[in-house]
Design a protein around this ligand. Structure first.
Ligand code: MN
Length: 207
């Protein structure tokens, strides 16, 4: 059962000026597509080819190509629907808003800690908000790793549980618009976060 590239839930230029159309075309159509193609190659004919992406990534002994491309496919599939046109993503509400206050000290604190995790990730990787042991947690991972891979990445990253929001800080995600100014990209990200989607993921993770 091969994986496939999900459609973007908006037009390539929908996130401008925060993320430009050309970056979205290349990022989704080339980068994400390559992760899907290479994941399918890596699992073809193995006992992973009938498993869900979550089951695959939770394994203890995933190979390099499965880890890199499976992570790449999962992470980008989570990333695209996390965003919407600038100013239309609302604000955290309900149980999510309450948890942001009680677990993280409020939305400003979330942004500060998440921004720090994203800015200090050396080289390529992701910053995350995840639900770990029933509480919101902020962390970052290298390359295409993510919190679902706790068995593979170990405890050092302080990451685990279910990711509900992630930010891609690979240069391919921002270089056309921001060049070396990663902090500006991170700050602008908040203008396109779709908090309704993040809230649905929080509810699902809490079960
Ligand atoms: Mn990417």
């Amino acid at each position: 059962m091969a994986f496939s590239l999900p459609d973007l839930p908006y037009a390539h230029d929908a996130l401008e000026p925060v993320i430009d159309a050309k970056t979205m075309e290349i990022h989704h159509g080339k980068h994400h597509n390559a992760y899907v193609t290479n994941l399918n190659k890596a699992i073809e004919g193995t006992d992973l080819d009938n498993k869900s992406i979550e089951e695959i990534l939770g394994g203890t002994s995933i190979s390099g190509p499965v880890r890199n491309n499976g992570g790449g496919h999962f992470n980008h599939s989570l990333f695209w629907p996390s965003m919407t046109s600038p100013g239309s993503g609302g604000a955290p509400s309900g149980d999510l808003a309450a948890a942001i206050d009680s677990d993280l000290g409020g939305l400003d604190k979330l942004k500060e800690e998440f921004g720090k995790a994203a800015a200090t990730r050396f080289g390529s990787g992701w910053a995350w908000v995840c639900v770990l042991d029933g509480k919101l947690n902020i962390c970052s991972t290298a390359n295409q790793d993510n919190p679902l891979m706790k068995a593979a990445i170990g405890d050092a990253a302080g990451c685990g549980g279910t990711p509900i929001l992630g930010l891609d800080v690979w240069e391919h995600a921002y270089y056309l618009n921001y060049q070396n100014r990663r902090p500006d990209y991170i700050a602008a990200f908040w203008d396109v976060v779709n908090w309704g989607v993040v809230g649905e993921r929080y509810a699902a993770a809490k079960g």
